[in-house]
Design a binder for this molecule. Sequence first.
Ligand code: NAD
Length: 286
Amino acid sequence: MVFFRSKLRLAIASSTPYFQRGFSTSRIVSKSAIVTGAGQGIGKAIALRLARDGFDICVNDLEANSTKVNSVVAEVQSLGRKAVAAYADISKLPQVEAMVNASVDGLGPLDVIVANAGITKVQWGMDVQESDLQRLFEVNFYGVLYSDQVAAKQFIRQGSGGKIINAASLVAFRPLLMIPIYSATKAAVRSLTQSLAMELAKHKITVNAYAPGVVDTPMWEQGDEEMSAINGLPKGQNFKDTVSLITLGRTSVPEDVAKMVSFLASADSDYVTGQTMLVDGGMAFS
Ligand code: NAD
């Protein structure tokens, strides 16, 4: 823990207005949220959206992404909120514990965790190796479980309730070709979200997930390249071809997803739990 705390970079904005949070009207406090995998893509958009909503943000990612994390921290600060960078590989429980401690040390009581970090790998089911299974489940499932567990323990210690928001995917409802194990990890996240919602309700903790469709992020850039290597389509074509499956006729941007997470992090979703909310432009049923 000492090791990780020593790496914690505190970046605290000078003026921080206070306002009430959703769960209590009896005390005036600032709200805080941890967003994992927030150095780029959907996680970055969520961090910035929640900062606009009034949250102080713990920005998590792998240390290898520190330049991007620093820039997200600076953007959160420029929005007038506090920001803490906490490097952790969320597939390792002790690192997740250090991340939550770092957030509480830097930002105070925790209100929301967004377990967003995830990885993908394009491959045929027949070619899957044990190492693929292991890493995809370690990050996409164990990482979400560890984030949820450690945050929930913090919420229970605080006696405050809280909101847990997990990254699932359209493929938790409808798998897509060439990502069989990734799809299975996301179906597992959807199931876990329901189980933890039942288990944690008595502590006034809600547990929900978001299920993006096709979002223009570095993850899709990598996926598109890996698909091209398998099916020979030109770079970018696999991404473009998904449009024919999307009812609204366009792929999405990270901000489309951040809007849903903003709702799930707000008091407006207090009576919503165990749900995996599709943000897919109408792809799951098309
Ligand atoms: P991305 O690859 O662009 O960003 C993911 C971030 O997570 C990266 O900054 C990466 O460094 C970080 N990360 C990876 N492993 C980590 C670990 N072990 N510990 C901490 N951080 C780690 O991905 P994205 O497209 O922004 O996706 C974000 C989430 O949304 C993922 O869970 C993904 O599965 C899910 N999702 C994405 C799409 C899409 O179309 N892009 C669709 C559905 C679901």
